[in-house]
Design a protein around this ligand. Structure first.
Ligand SMILES: C[S@@+](CC[C@H](N)C(=O)[O-])C[C@H]1O[C@@H](n2cnc3c(N)ncnc32)[C@H](O)[C@@H]1O
Length: 195
């Protein structure tokens, strides 16, 4: 929250969390924001679960069903757009960034929290061994679905590395782009502003 506070704490800030899933980040943003927070996802059952959770705890949050590549939101109307662990699943990253850029107003900020590949080669080797060999085995044994636990490391492997995603954001028109690794580089937070 600290990193997005400049946009989040603006008086009357308009905030949207896309690919919101069951709404945890919507609730966290709502706790820190002065104004209402919107959440969107294209998966109806996810939104129903989010509505149940968010509705119980916050009257000021609103949820709607939408593809992140075609948001029903006016050009230049948001102060902050966030996406946590959803951007990697988009069918077209350039189109996703262009849509994020379109809905943010001048001075607005985009924040992308996503799994990435650790920059440290030794740690990356251990992590890759764990995520490709051990995680699918444990996940498959516990859940009965090995595929779900194979998809995660495979999709992370195909996803642009953090410096490449930062470059993609610049190409999409974001300025002051920066990123920070978390959890040994397994996760990265990218921030970009609209000038
Ligand atoms: C791993 S979940 C993350 C949910 C939530 N952001 C969180 O951090 O708990 C990914 C979510 O992205 C949504 N999603 C994936 N592609 C999408 C798209 N093109 N448009 C809207 N939602 C999408 C999925 O329906 C799912 O709810």
């Amino acid at each position: 929250m600290r990193r997005v506070a400049p946009a989040l704490k603006r008086p009357g800030a308009r905030v949207l969390d896309i690919c919101c899933g069951t709404g945890d980040l919507v609730l966290a943003l709502q706790r820190s924001s002065g104004g209402p927070v919107l959440g969107s996802d294209f998966c109806h059952p996810m939104l129903l679960a989010a509505r149940e959770k968010v509705g119980r705890r916050s009257a000021a949050a609103a949820l709607f069903e939408s593809d992140a590549l075609q948001l029903p939101v006016r050009d230049g109307s948001l102060d902050l757009l966030t996406v946590a662990f959803g951007f990697r699943n988009l069918a077209n990253y350039a189109a996703g960034l262009a849509e994020m850029r379109r809905v943010l107003r001048p001075g607005g900020m985009a924040a992308i929290l996503e799994f990435t590949q650790p920059p440290n080669a030794a740690f990356a080797a251990v992590y890759h061994f764990y995520s490709r060999r051990i995680l699918p085995w444990i996940g498959g044994a516990l859940s009965g679905s090995r595929d779900a636990y194979t998809y995660l490391p495979e999709s992370v492997r195909k996803f642009p590395r953090a410096p490449e995603l930062a470059e993609d954001m610049r190409r999409a028109g974001f300025s002051d782009v920066e990123f920070e690794y978390f959890t040994g580089g397994i996760v990265a937070l990218h921030l970009g502003r609209v000038g």
